[in-house]
Ligand binder design. Structure first.
Ligand code: F6R
Length: 262
């Protein structure tokens, strides 16, 4: 794992988008794992800008989103399918048939999750997985006590997650669905590379537990410590509770791999 601290939320998102753009440029058939939520809005805005201004090409790219609410149909305005359409898919040259989001109203949710896992495997696995962290330490919707080897399945959401996501439901926590389908921690761990983007003072304490604390199912993001290639990109506000910032800054400032991104 490596931690990169950028001055602002905007520069952290820009670096994340740059790394995605670079991966897509190097491998046009990239299998890209996507996340939703407030933190990702800037990343998608930057990818759309790169498509418009630099011709960043999504035509051969395949995508898999991490999660979807149970009970929201793909055409529901609050579904993650609609979030992706509005923020990314509609604005770039991606083939919608190559975009995958779990169906939260499938008649058999367990079968839908199994189908999703099969489809990821058929595409050769996820090359690059974009992640955010929840206020309870989740990645995807892997809430506390999710098995660290879990696969795509249905999960009940914590009150803290429903509070966190209320903003996307007109501020009404009661409107946030109580359950979701999510890739498992084990599914995420199999992606070849992970980018975890975290911004804001309110995420600082949980980020420090995930990155520097013990690996525990109470903070499922901590499982990323086991991932062979996980880059954590954060802003100064999210960095305030980290013990090892000096070392992380030094690595970013000196490793040749990061020269073009500094
Ligand atoms: C969303 C997802 C979640 C979010 C996390 C942070 O697809 O997988 O894990 O990344 O809840 O959400 P924001 O960015 O809204 O704070």
């Amino acid at each position: 794992m490596e931690v990169i601290i950028r001055p602002t939320a905007a520069s952290a998102a820009a670096l994340t988008a740059n790394l995605i753009a670079r991966a897509l440029h190097d491998q046009p058939t990239l299998v890209l794992g996507l996340a939703t939520g407030r933190t990702m809005e800037r990343v998608y805005a930057e990818l759309v800008r790169r498509h418009r201004e630099d011709g960043l090409d999504f035509s051969l790219c395949r995508t898999f989103n991490l999660d979807e609410y149970v009970g929201l149909a793909p055409d529901h305005p609050d579904s993650y399918r609609q979030y992706m359409n509005a923020l990314l898919f509609r604005h770039v040259n991606i083939d919608v048939r190559n975009t995958h989001v779990l169906n939260g109203v499938a008649p058999d949710l367990a079968a839908e999750c199994a189908r999703y896992e099969r489809r990821i495997a058929e595409c050769g696995g996820i090359d690059l997985q974009l992640l955010g962290i929840g206020s309870d330490g989740h990645i995807g919707f892997n809430e506390p006590l999710s098995a660290l080897l879990s696969r795509t399945r249905e999960k009940a959401l914590t009150p803290s997650t429903r509070r966190q996501n209320a903003a996307l439901f007109g501020g009404d926590e009661g409107r946030v669905p109580a359950r979701a389908l999510t890739m498992g921690v084990g599914t995420i761990q199999e992606s070849r590379r992970c980018l975890l983007l975290v911004t804001g003072r309110e995420k600082a304490a949980i980020l420090a537990r995930a990155v520097e604390g013990p690996i525990t199912a109470m903070v499922t993001a901590s499982a990323l410590q086991l991932h062979p290639r996980c880059t954590v990109i954060i802003d100064e506000d999210a960095a305030v509770d980290l013990q090892g910032s000096e070392y992380y800054r030094w690595v970013f400032a000196t490793e040749p791999e990061w020269a073009e991104f500094r």
